[in-house]
Write a protein that binds this ligand. Sequence first.
Ligand code: SAH
Ligand code: SF4
Length: 349
Amino acid sequence: MSITDIKSMSFPEIAAELANLKLPEYRIKQLYTWLHKKGAADYNEMINIPAQLRSLLFDEYPIHTCRMIKKQISESDNTVKYLFSLIDGELIETVLMKYKYGYSLCLSTQVGCMMGCRFCATGLNGFVKNLTPSEMLSQIHSVQRDMNIRVSHIVLMGMGEPLENYDNVVKFIKLVSNQDGLNIGVRNLSLSTCGIVPAIYKLAENKLQLTLSVSLHAPNDQVRNLLMPINKKFPMKDLLEVCKKYVSVTSRRISFEYAMFKGINDSQECALQLSKILNNINCHVNLIPGNNVDGCSFEKSDITAIERFADVLRHNKINATVRRTLGSDIEASCGQLRRRTEKEQQIKS
Ligand code: SAH
Ligand code: SF4
């Protein structure tokens, strides 16, 4: 975080930063409300703040915002996918989903990703940078303004591995749940990880009440090594152990994501093995038809194979649902839109 990134700062940090201006507390509260609750993109919007102060802040504390580059609205469901440009020109993706209970926003936490999962468009493009708390918050502000809605749920399941950007993500969680800010309760937040074991221990110690999703995608190390290089560093035994710890410390059920690829991880035998390794964990399994990604050879499983797999899990008393793939007509799988846009830009230049 750069010291002038004011939207990444908590209320006490802003007060300390501006202490030499000797502002009354209500003025700092007004500023905080504009930045966080109203998501002001520009100091000119802050009409109850004196013009002289606004211009001073404008010069020293630029507000991090997201500029919309593309917006794709799914014809098959209510999913909207945004491609945003950050102030340094980097591109990120954000996906809005409408559910019965409200609007849920899938945020990016990094530009690119270092984890290199073989089926993932984000992983294929390598790592560029970690997002700051303000860059995560700005995705919510921009979408709320564009659609004139209020987002009620957040999933950290867009581009990037959130636990590789631990400090910024935890700071973001504190800011987004602040009552004077967007006030989205931690219970309405989920975080998806490929399984950074030490960081999950840290999360458990922090006792944040968020929903943890672990991208498992395999019933044994052999298959997981093939799909996810991180498994060589943190094998499944260690991963499942920390998952149990997370459940016991937080009393929250854990979700396992399982993307299904034809002939790789979708056999009945895989389903049996998965039932065995999960049988003593309070969990839910989300089966997702794998998205075909340009540049990788895995193919999505047939729906019959997925349903059969789900039946085996349920028969063995494992909670399982087959997740509908939201927005598959708009490349809603993480990293696909950025990957294609950057390719197009390369062709043009
Ligand atoms: N890095 C985190 C969160 C971002 S990825 C993680 O890996 O969990 C969000 C989810 O999309 C993960 O569950 C990931 O495994 C899944 N995903 C990525 N590419 C996919 C694809 N081609 N098909 C299906 N799911 C995919
Ligand atoms: Fe990174 Fe998640 Fe994609 Fe793996 S699936 S490369 S961890 S974003």
